[in-house]
Design a protein around this ligand. Structure first.
Ligand code: MV4
Length: 457
């Protein structure tokens, strides 16, 4: 195992990694920006080093600062968590070149899966179903998009080749929309990723977003840990996730699980990863992308499988074999994760501030991942997600009831949060039936407009 692990992240995931290190007996080294001097991950780690100013580019994204800190302080491994440098192939490579174990896949797999048209091509060749889309290396010009769209038929989804998570994505329902939206999507992509390469996919309406958790050791042994339903998103930000997906039968799970394992196996993937699929109403499913990191929603998989994914990622990076065989993986009950964002629920604006009266819920089957404490100032510089409330029970109605009870118990004064939105989702008849798809929140939010703004017909 490792001598010391540098945690190249902040917030709840940094704390999650520090806790896993403590269980494994690995000393932890936190890094932080000047805006995070009073952050909980800094206090919880065995050692902490300030690596730069508040702006992420100068601290949490500063590769030389992180590597030199690891080397100076005697760390031999780096866990990137999610976001920040977690899917940066250059960072993974820089770590390895400096003799540091990067807790994640090899740089070439990060780069490969970061190139979405290339990932599509490889999956198609491997027999993993993909949606009809533009073939080749990608599209930068409108006329090529028009040619591709003509062949595909509308509606099409314009996506960023270097994207993921919905940035630079636009739905075009006809040629006029394509002409208007393609340059917009391309500009957004260039601003976000420094690349103007796009691709098109046939847009699948009312699909479910179903993603499979994968673990792979360095000897090409792979297993999947079942799936998560992440259909409930708002502007491509996930809001609520659950495991298992309420729409999957055991047979479908086996089929999609095999496809997910195949997707990772054909490229020789290692460590933890997620294979994303769209599941259509007719039961057909399609690979959309692979995330080469641990994800925010890893906790729901941990609750239903009993497997500690962070400990596994550390063990696998250290060259140890998989801790379980596929047939030993069982799914028990349902887990629901509610992402708590520091935001004004009406205006959907970030709501930074000083936290007071923090009381986080507890009890059987309730897990709260948070970096909040009384007197803590939520910084404006980073993602506004401040907690994940995870409820686990033996069945889905039990998990919903537990999630509701936990959210009603949660007290956070000083900042506004989206907890009221979660309570509305958990009471929604379609959600309770498990009858929802990627359009759930858009329809739902339109219906949840304050009465003063609702049109009287
Ligand atoms: C799609 C799609 C429908 N058709 N691709 C969104 C995030 C990214 N990882 C993939 N995403 C999607 N890709 C095709 N060809 C639907 C989504 C999607 C979605 C779309 C609109 C509103 C909410 C959504 C939630 C999850 C996935």
């Amino acid at each position: 195992m490792f001598r010391k692990l540098l945690v190249a992240n902040r917030g709840t995931i940094a704390i999650r990694i520090i806790r896993a290190c403590r269980e494994l007996g690995i000393p932890s080294l936190a890094v932080y920006s000047t805006a995070d001097r009073d952050a909980l991950h800094v206090r919880m780690a065995d050692e902490s080093v300030c690596i730069g100013p508040a702006a992420a580019e100068d601290s949490y994204l500063n590769i030389p600062a992180i590597i030199s800190t690891a080397l100076t302080w005697g760390a031999d491994a780096v866990h990137p968590g999610y976001g920040f440098l977690s899917e940066n192939g250059d960072f993974a490579e820089a770590c390895r070149r400096s003799g540091l174990n990067f807790v994640g896949p090899r740089a070439r797999h990060i780069r490969l899966m970061g190139d979405k048209p290339r990932a599509r091509r490889i999956m198609k060749r491997a027999g993993v179903p993909v949606l009809p889309g533009s073939e080749g290396k990608g599209i930068t010009e409108l006329r090529d998009a028009e040619t591709a769209a003509k062949a595909l038929g509308f509606p099409v989804l314009i996506k960023a080749a270097a994207g993921g998570g919905g940035k630079g994505m636009r739905i075009a329902r006809d040629a006029a929309e394509l002409a208007r939206l393609f340059p917009l999507a391309r500009a957004e992509t260039e601003a976000a990723f420094g690349s103007r390469t796009m691709y098109l996919e046939k847009y699948l309406e009312r699909a479910r977003h179903v993603e499979f958790q994968i673990l792979a050791d360095l000897n090409r042994n792979l297993i999947h840990l079942g799936e998560r339903d992440c259909s409930i998103q708002r502007r491509h930000q996930k809001v609520l996730e659950e495991a298992p997906c309420p729409a999957l039968t055991a047979r479908m799970r086996e089929k999609m699980g095999k496809a997910a394992v195949r997707a990772a196996q054909v490229v020789g993937y290692s460590n933890a990863g997620t294979v994303e699929f769209l599941l259509a109403g007719d039961g057909r499913f399609y690979f959309i992308e692979m995330n080469t990191r641990i994800q925010v929603e890893h906790g729901v998989t941990e609750m239903v499988t009993g497997i500690d994914l962070i400990k596994e990622s550390l063990r696998l990076a250290a060259g140890e074999p998989l801790g379980s065989r596929q047939r030993a993986i069982g799914l028990s009950g349902t887990a629901i994760e509610c992402r708590v964002y520091a935001e004004d629920p009406d205006a959907h604006l970030p709501s930074p501030g000083v936290v007071s009266n923090h009381h986080s819920p507890g009890g059987l089957g309730v897990r709260v991942e948070t970096a909040l404490y009384d007197g803590y100032r939520v910084p404006v510089h980073y993602d506004p997600m401040v907690a994940q409330v995870i409820a686990h029970a033996s069945d889905r109605p039990g998990a919903i009831a537990r999630a509701k009870a936990a959210l009603r118990e949660y007290v956070i004064d000083g900042i506004k949060t989206n907890i009221p939105l979660h309570l509305r989702i958990l009471d929604d008849p379609d959600f309770r039936k498990g009858d929802f798809a990627t359009d759930f929140l858009s329809r739902y939010e339109a219906a949840a407009e304050p009465p003063s703004q609702r049109k009287v017909s």
